[in-house]
Write a protein that binds this ligand. Structure first.
Ligand SMILES: Cc1cc2nc3c(=O)[nH]c(=O)nc-3n(C[C@H](O)[C@H](O)[C@H](O)COP(=O)(O)O)c2cc1C
Length: 352
């Protein structure tokens, strides 16, 4: 079994734990995944929500928390392991967050929820590697062409997020129709073929990683056979002891049935997959009163957003799930117990 190469490090297993905001993948989950041979990803979305001054000064609290979380995750994983962060392009303070992660010598930045046009600019003369998240061959070509033209730099990895993923989805609502939505398998085949050509052109290896709806070892094997170098998984990692979310959040995953999973319109301006709970039902009929803006998302407008996504995600991760938004992947209804990361990793590689 081959791991995933990031700079001069290589993971034991071809598994990345996807970044999950707000506060779902912090130092505990990411550190333990890296320790167990995968690549752990800390989500930087409102990462400072536990800091005392977060409500007064979210930007400063977030920047401060990045350093703290990376240090704690490294203590768990060890310096020889690969540790990454997920940074959403949609964030207003995107460049400050990227710069702070690079300053903290993070191995890998995975960036989606928008097109990370300028990401290579921030990593010049550093060991940090960068991976855009794409949802189609078109989007992949656009980023690679732009990066090579503007920065003479090809991505260090490509993460493909298909329509079964959790959180925000890089598809239009009408593209997510049950019967006609694109298949991750097909996008993977197309992207792998194109990336192999680019690898020859630029003379560097570019691992392609598939994400969204991947459940077990056989699924992983299927994507490796299609030419992917690994997979990114998130939903299954929520149901671990080490996941940083509250017990109530994890229990909502265990309780979720197939009919509870819905595609919602997020204030970020993209569709997202979430558990259809009382909170979502309420916000469909009435606008939530917003008394404080955290200035987090570029596209969010306090005058017309149905609710504050920062507040809704913080509520759910802390356990107030009736007043919170719970993102999930399409496989959430198959979760029925909480296990240690060690056991989940062993199970996921059992057939490889
Ligand atoms: C609770 C939750 C939060 C997520 N938050 C983010 C995020 O902040 N940024 C991001 O790029 N992806 C986010 N994702 C997507 C995951 O990183 C991952 O790519 C995807 O969920 C993989 O599909 P799976 O959950 O079916 O394994 C989130 C997913 C979940 C389940």
């Amino acid at each position: 079994m081959k791991g995933i190469k990031v700079g001069n490090k290589i993971s034991k297993y071809p598994i990345i734990q996807g970044g999950m905001g707000v506060g779902v993948s912090m130092h505990s989950l990411a550190g333990n995944v890296s320790k167990e041979g995968g690549i752990g990803i800390i989500s930087t979305a409102d990462i400072g929500y536990k800091e005392e001054d977060f409500f007064k000064n979210p930007m400063q609290a977030n920047i401060r928390a990045i350093g703290k979380e990376i240090v704690k995750a490294r203590e768990i994983a060890g310096n020889d392991k690969i540790l990454g962060v997920n940074i959403m392009v949609a964030l207003k303070n995107y460049s400050e967050v990227v710069k702070e992660c690079v300053k903290q010598k993070i191995d890998l930045i995975i960036s989606g929820a928008g097109i990370p046009k300028n990401l290579p600019e921030y990593i010049k003369n550093t060991n940090t590697k960068v991976a855009p998240i794409v949802s189609s061959l078109r989007c992949c070509k656009l980023i690679i062409t732009h990066w090579i033209k503007k920065y003479n730099y090809a991505p260090d990895m490509i993460v493909i997020e298909g329509p079964e993923a959790g959180g925000h989805l890089g598809f239009k609502l009408e593209e997510l129709d049950e019967d006609t939505k694109p298949k991750l398998e097909d996008i993977t085949k197309d992207v792998v073929k194109y990336v192999r050509e680019i690898e020859k052109e630029v003379g560097k290896e570019i691992p392609v990683i598939s994400a969204g709806g991947i459940w077990d070892s056989n699924d992983i094997k299927k994507f490796l056979n299609l030419g992917a170098s690994g997979v990114q998984m998130a939903t299954r990692f929520v149901a671990t002891n080490e996941c940083d979310a509250s017990q109530e959040f994890k229990q909502a995953y265990i309780n979720a049935k197939k009919e509870d999973i819905k595609i919602i319109k997020s204030p970020v301006g993209m569709p997202g997959r979430a558990i259809y709970n009382n909170f979502i039902k309420k916000t469909e009929n009435e606008k939530n009163k917003i008394d404080k803006c955290y200035g987090c998302i570029k596209t969010c407008n306090i005058a017309d957003t149905p609710y504050c996504i920062t507040r809704a995600l913080i509520n759910s991760v802390k356990g107030d799930i009736d007043n919170g938004l719970i993102f999930c992947g399409s496989n959430v209804s198959r979760i029925n117990k909480i296990v240690p990361v060690h056991d989940l990793m062993k199970e996921l590689v059992s057939e490889l």
